[in-house]
Design a protein around this ligand. Structure first.
Ligand SMILES: Nc1nc2c(ncn2[C@@H]2O[C@H](COP(=O)(O)OP(=O)(O)OP(=O)(O)O)[C@@H](O)[C@H]2O)c(=O)[nH]1
Ligand SMILES: [Mg+2]
Length: 490
């Protein structure tokens, strides 16, 4: 690819809609931003850092309204939507700022936060009394929920056949075999049986759980709510699974298949559609967080899976991709930012290479998005920098990152104890230019030449002496803010 994705698409249709053009927003403009990503991509830390750096005034030189001194005050507001849990900002912030800082627990549910930004508009800079307000509504939701969209185009039989075929392909004799051999003995034509449905569904969930811990299949988890059911835990809408069904057989009333079909349709009606209707279609902008280093760690298969999932995620934003979604869309998402997170795992001399990997991962989807009035951009960021940079003590010193790897993390035979600081050179990020390069073993070597990323312990952050506020040190959060919010504050 000659052009980087960011160069290629930065101007496609940007400025499609400005805040001033929306009559309903004239009184108190509201900007709704979605934050998503697959499991452990870094959503909770990202949102905590975004809010903390906005409210308590972090270092944000590339957030233009900030560097121009026009941001007057930022504060949290009560939520506008009574039906969504509030993002537990204070808890996550306190954990990260503790004397022994901790990363947040896995969240895996939807949550929301509302802020107000008071600012001086550019044109009236000289009039000190003039201040404007922008409401910022941020919705944090699991990327797996987006992967459920294609279910709307499938009936139960189609979904069963596809899911069983995927499981057979992914199964290495361990992850799906118990569930597959159980379903083999279930006759879809038999009378419906609650106990049987519960057992089969539990085994199917075990398979999905195995997928999560299995490097090759970790991203194949669908239906997206099965492992993190929330309020629907134990309900019939989450107690079904695919069955081996022959196309020749009719669907018998009161049969096991009829029961599973009903529940599959309930899942779509009660869980998938309301999310898209009530939340997704109200968003103005979206950031998709990607743990590209986990992909690189996992090798070719995992990278290809990641690419496939990112394509499926981006498809959800393409008007016309799903007719039901298109029919209920209220507003168009005009900017999507793909961000490779945790870039502090890498020395800054390699950040551009990581961005290139991300651009390659989303290149196909970006091409399809061209001309749709959506600006796509890629960036690498760290929400909370947990390392510093240095040089290795080798005869030929190499740029490395220095930090405390989390207890139990390993590189080869070396297992880290969670206490000792070490310098790590994770390897050279490969230079991909097309997705075909993922297949090149020289580009993504395995064995002792494989890339080695480990998770780090968060660092202790000092508070200021004057007002005891503190902000999380970050990488490029200000550029993210500028892309997602900057033009709303002119
Ligand atoms: N070094 C570093 N690690 C990070 C950063 N952001 C996230 N992490 C690591 O990634 C893990 C997951 O981050 P979360 O923000 O909890 O990810 P999430 O997407 O909310 O995860 P789920 O809620 O499980 O879906 C953390 O526990 C950290 O180990 C970062 O900026 N730097
Ligand atoms: Mg989370």
């Amino acid at each position: 690819m000659d052009l980087k994705l960011s160069e290629l698409t930065e101007y496609t249709g940007d400025g499609f809609r400005t805040v001033g053009s929306r009559a309903s927003d004239l009184v108190r403009p509201t900007l709704r931003i979605g934050v998503t990503g697959l499991a452990r991509a870094g959503k909770t830390v990202f949102l905590t850092s975004l809010v903390n750096n906005l409210i308590d005034g972090g270092r944000l030189p590339f957030f233009q309204p900030w560097s121009e001194g026009r941001i007057l005050k930022v504060y949290l507001e009560p939520q506008s939507d009574d039906a969504i849990p509030r993002f537990e900002y204070e808890t996550h912030r306190d954990d990260l700022f503790a004397d022994n800082p901790r990363w947040p627990e896995s969240t895996r549910n939807i949550s929301q936060l509302r802020l107000t930004i008071e600012y001086q508009p550019t044109r009236l800079l000289k009039r000190a009394l003039n201040r404007k307000k922008l409401s910022l509504e941020i919705l944090d939701y699991p990327g797996e929920w987006l992967l459920d969209l294609p279910l709307l185009n499938l009936n139960y039989r189609e979904w069963s056949q596809k899911t069983i075929a995927d499981a057979r392909r992914l199964d290495d004799g361990t992850i799906a075999s118990e569930w597959l051999s159980f379903t083999k003995n279930c006759n879809p034509q038999d009378a419906e049986d609650e106990q049987l449905a519960m057992k089969a569904s539990a085994l199917f969930k075990d398979y999905l759980r195995n997928c999560q811990h299995h490097e090759i299949a970790w991203s194949a988890i669908s239906p997206g709510r099965f492992l993190f059911p929330g309020d629907y835990d134990g309900s019939p809408a989450l107690t079904f699974c695919p069955l081996e069904i022959s196309d020749q057989d009719p669907v018998r009333p009161q049969s096991l298949e009829a029961m599973m079909t009903r529940r599959f349709e309930s899942y779509k009606t009660h869980l998938v559609k309301p999310f898209f209707r009530n939340h997704f279609t109200r968003l103005d902008r979206q950031i998709v967080l990607v743990d590209a280093m986990q992909g690189l760690n996992g090798g070719r298969e995992v990278l290809m899976q990641l690419e496939d999932n990112l394509t499926r995620i981006l498809n959800c934003f393409r008007p016309g991709y799903n007719s039901w979604l298109t029919s209920i869309w209220r507003r168009r998402i005009d900017r999507i930012l793909f961000a490779a997170t945790k870039v502090d795992h890498l020395h800054s001399s390699q950040h551009k290479e990581l961005e290139n990997v991300l651009a390659t991962l989303v290149a196909q989807s970006a091409k399809r998005a061209e001309g749709l009035g959506t600006a796509l951009k890629t960036v690498t960021l760290s929400s909370f920098r947990a390392t510093r940079e240095g040089l290795s003590k080798d005869r030929e010193p190499r740029p490395c990152v220095i930090g405390v790897p989390l207890q139990g993390q390993r590189i080869g035979d070396q297992v880290f104890d969670g206490a000792k600081e070490v310098a790590i050179f994770p390897g050279d990020i490969p230079r991909f230019s097309t997705q075909e390069d993922f297949n090149d073993p020289r580009a993504l070597p395995g064995g002792t030449d494989a890339l080695r990323f480990v998770q780090f312990q968060p660092l202790r952050t000092e508070t200021t002496q004057t007002d005891s506020t503190a902000t999380l040190p970050h990488v490029r959060m200000d550029q993210v803010m500028n892309f997602l919010i900057g033009d709303y504050l002119t």
